[in-house]
Structures are given as structure tokens and as C-alpha cells.
Design a protein. Structure first.
Length: 452
């Protein structure tokens, strides 16, 4: 029999397990067989993967689609994602009326997304908590996010007036009742921030390091304790998203216990590669802030040992013009979805010898498991044929103009990373070939409806 596609003689990366040379057969959009090296079978299309890694397509657990150009982001940002080997993503969806707005937002994604996609609901009001169980069932969403940094005045400035510890605890109680439910939390004690921020402003500080000083790592750690403790009392698994400080990770290690609900940890590529001392000025403003080299190194140890289970981008596709005029007024966040693989290969595999199967687990298998996506995240018969093919000797130079993103800059611009994505494949369709998007990709992305 003739297969649809064969990825021939590559180094196949089995997340969390190891690397083995062989060929992967694809039929009907799924993996149909894995062949030992040099055993060949017929196929309509063969891609020679000699000396290349065949990895499961990345699933970015943390993106903000719609923060750039709401009408165009599904188109531009998912195609940017493909260039980085990303075949699936989760985007945070916030709306006063989730019941009325989620359907149209999903349809907008289905009309133009080139990657598969799912949602995490942003819980910002009592109404959201009350409706969560029904919304979860209706839209297949098992994960939510509570923004502790939108308490009080910070939240009011964004139109959120109900974010407090009662909302957090209510969300945890609701999350505990959702099958597969997990509550992600932005941990940063916004009530203490002014104590640091006002003197820095008064002193005329206007540098990236000041952004770290106005919200030091322990303000994240303090919130992590509250979230983990309340999660235990409510019986709800929690996820500390975009962890930035190694002190927070040390606390999680102490709080984890086999008899308690899990405390998951996600970090993002910028906390694994950039610091408050990086020479990138206002472009590096993000919440939580970039920290020290010791934090970067400590978080990498967490990735290596599995204490950090997922790695995302926190992709925010705004324009460069919003990153000023000073550190205080610049917008927070930056794009990064296409840089996940180059950054983790360069900083993790190349510099720190973190096994590639560990990196693959943190960017595919663990994401699929945490967010209840069966059939993705592994290279095994029956799983979706989603792949990132990587040339480990190649190089990625970050040139913003080379990506279709709405965003026109990158905190990594000018940097070079070892490792280059050559092909990206979504359910058997080759969408990136030798580092370039194939022309006229329709809208192959599907909505990830989760119903564990
Ligand atoms: Zn956040």
C-alpha cells in the first residue's frame, strides 16, 4: 500500500522518552506507522529528514490572539506560528458576556486560522464564575485564567472591578467541578507594587531594570502561595502561568504533595533567555517582568527536572510604536510565538544540554495532557500527524519582516539562534517547506473542543 506521506530517516523525538532514528508514515492526517531506519515503503510524497529532528508540532499554551489586529490576527499570527513549528495554540479569551461572544470568536478563528486553536476563558467577574460550568460544557473549554494583577486600581483602569480573592476562590471551586478543569493564575501582588514603583518614578528611572524593581519576584511568589493553598482547599488543580522567578519555583517544590491537587507550572521563552539587563530597552517590558540571569538559570533547571511542565510564548502581537515613550507608558508584552523552538533549542539543548525529548514534552505532550487534547502531542500510531522538522545545525536569525505577524518588532531581533525549522506539518498537510510558508494556505486550523 502507498502512504500519503513519509518523513524519511529522521531522528524521531518521542516526548519524555528519547530519540530514535526511523521514518514516520502518515495516512488520512494521522500517523499510521513508524518504520525502523532504512526500511522504506511507498508514499505519494517523501520528505528526506536525514540529520533532522522530527518533533511533534508545538502547541503554544499561552497566546493573546486579538491583541494586535482583532480582525486579522487569526490569519497573521497562526501563519507566523507555523514558521516556528507551532501547529496548535491556546489563546486567552476575555469578554463580559462569554456566552454570547465565544461562538463568533471561534467562528472567526475557524474562518482563517492556519493552526489548530483552543481557548482559555479569562475569569474577571462574578458572572463568569456563576456561568463557568455551563460555558465549559458548551464550548469545550476546561481551562481558565484569573488575573490577580487586575485587582484594585490596576484592574479598574482596565475596566475590571470584581477581581479579588473571593473571585479567585470562586473560580477554584467552579474549576474543581469541571471535568479536567485547571485554573491558571497570573501571580503578581499588584497592591504592593506602588510601594516600589512610586520612588522609582520619582527618581526619574526609565530603564528596563526598573520594571523588575517595581514588581520584584517575591510579589509573584507571595501570590503563588495563596493560589496553591486555596487550590488545595478548593480541591482544584492550579497552573502558575508565565512563571518568572526561581523563588516561586522553589515554593512550588515545597508545596507539591501526592495527596494534594496538582500545582502545574508554565514558563515562557523570555524568562528562559532574556533578563532585566538585556540590551533591549522598552521592548523588554512584560508582566511579570524579566528577572536576573540566576532566575533564567534556575528556571532552566526546573525545565530539565520536569518541575516546569509547559513552555509558551505569551505572544502579544502589538506594534513597536506601543513600546514607549518610556518604560512606564510602554505596553506590556511582545510577540514570540515563532521563536519558541529556536530559543529552547539554543538556550536549552545547545547551551545547557537539556534533552530534546524533555523540550518536546514541555511544548507538546504536556500541553496536550494538561488541556485535555487527546490525539496530539505524541509521535505514535493514531495520533494527529502534526510535526515540526528541525535542522539542529541550521540557524534562525530573528528578522521581524520575515514573519506575517501584525507585530513589526521582536525583543529577539538581530539575535541568532542555533536550530532552524524546515517543515511544519498539520494533520498531514505540509504548510511550511524549507523554512517558507507554502502559498495560498486556506484555513486548515480546527477548533480544539475539549470534553474529557
Ligand atoms: Zn498573565
Amino acid at each position: 500500500m502507498s502512504h500519503d506521506l513519509i518523513l524519511k530517516n529522521g531522528e524521531i523525538v518521542f516526548p519524555g522518552e528519547g530519540v530514535r532514528r526511523g521514518s514516520v508514515c502518515v495516512d488520512g492526517g494521522r500517523i499510521s506507522d513508524i518504520l525502523p531506519p532504512d526500511v522504506m515503503s511507498d508514499a505519494r510524497r517523501v520528505i528526506d529528514c536525514t540529520d533532522r529532528f522530527i518533533m511533534p508540532g508545538l502547541i503554544d499554551p499561552h497566546t493573546h490572539i486579538g491583541f494586535g489586529n482583532k480582525e486579522a490576527d487569526w490569519f497573521t499570527e497562526t501563519r507566523t506560528a507555523l514558521l516556528g513549528g507551532v501547529t496548535g495554540l491556546f489563546s486567552f479569551w476575555r469578554s463580559d458576556d462569554l456566552g454570547a461572544s465565544t461562538g463568533p470568536w471561534r467562528e472567526s478563528g475557524e474562518a482563517s486560522a492556519a493552526t489548530d486553536f483552543g481557548f482559555h476563558f479569562g475569569v474577571t467577574s462574578r458572572r463568569h464564575v456563576a456561568e463557568l460550568g455551563a460555558l465549559s460544557k458548551r464550548f469545550g473549554v476546561t481551562s481558565v485564567k484569573v488575573y490577580l494583577m487586575y485587582k484594585g486600581a490596576t484592574g479598574a483602569a482596565k475596566g475590571f472591578t470584581e477581581v479579588d480573592d473571593a473571585l479567585l476562590f470562586g473560580a477554584l471551586q467552579a474549576g474543581a467541578r469541571i471535568p479536567g478543569g485547571v485554573v491558571g493564575v497570573h501571580c503578581e501582588n499588584t497592591e504592593v507594587i506602588p510601594v516600589f514603583r512610586e520612588p522609582l518614578k520619582a527618581a526619574g528611572r526609565n530603564d528596563l531594570k526598573a520594571w523588575d524593581e517595581q514588581s520584584p519576584g517575591f510579589l509573584e511568589t507571595e501570590n503563588v502561595f495563596r493560589v496553591a493553598f486555596f487550590g488545595e482547599k478548593a480541591g482544584c488543580p492550579v497552573n502558575i502561568v508565565h512563571m518568572s522567578a526561581v523563588e516561586s519555583l522553589d515554593l512550588v517544590r515545597r508545596l507539591r504533595h501526592p495527596g494534594r491537587p496538582p500545582i502545574h507550572v508554565e514558563t515562557c521563552i523570555h524568562y528562559l533567555s532574556l533578563t532585566r539587563d538585556s540590551d533591549i530597552g522598552f521592548l523588554g517590558k512584560v508582566n511579570p517582568p524579566l528577572r536576573s540571569q540566576a532566575d533564567v538559570d534556575g528556571l532552566w533547571e526546573g525545565v530539565r527536572e520536569g518541575a516546569i511542565s509547559t513552555i509558551g510564548s505569551d505572544h502579544v502581537p502589538r506594534k513597536r510604536a506601543t513600546k514607549g515613550p518610556d518604560i512606564w507608558q510602554a505596553t506590556a508584552g511582545f510577540p514570540g510565538i515563532a521563536q519558541i523552538l529556536p530559543v529552547i533549542m539554543h538556550e536549552g539543548w545547545n547551551k545547557r544540554e537539556v534533552p530534546i525529548e524533555t523540550l518536546a514534552a514541555a511544548t507538546s505532550r504536556n500541553v496536550a495532557e494538561l488541556y485535555s487534547v487527546p490525539g496530539k502531542g505524541r509521535i505514535a500510531a493514531g495520533f494527529d500527524a502534526d510535526f515540526a522538522i528541525l535542522d539542529p545545525e541550521g540557524e534562525t536569525a530573528v528578522v521581524p519582516e520575515n514573519y506575517p505577524s501584525h507585530s513589526d518588532y521582536s525583543p529577539y531581533e538581530g539575535m541568532r539562534f542555533r536550530g532552524r525549522v524546515t517543515h511544519t506539518i498539520l494533520r498531514g498537510d505540509v504548510l511550511v517547506e524549507e523554512g517558507a510558508l507554502v502559498p495560498d494556505i486556506d484555513a486548515p486550523g480546527r477548533y480544539l473542543f475539549r470534553a474529557p
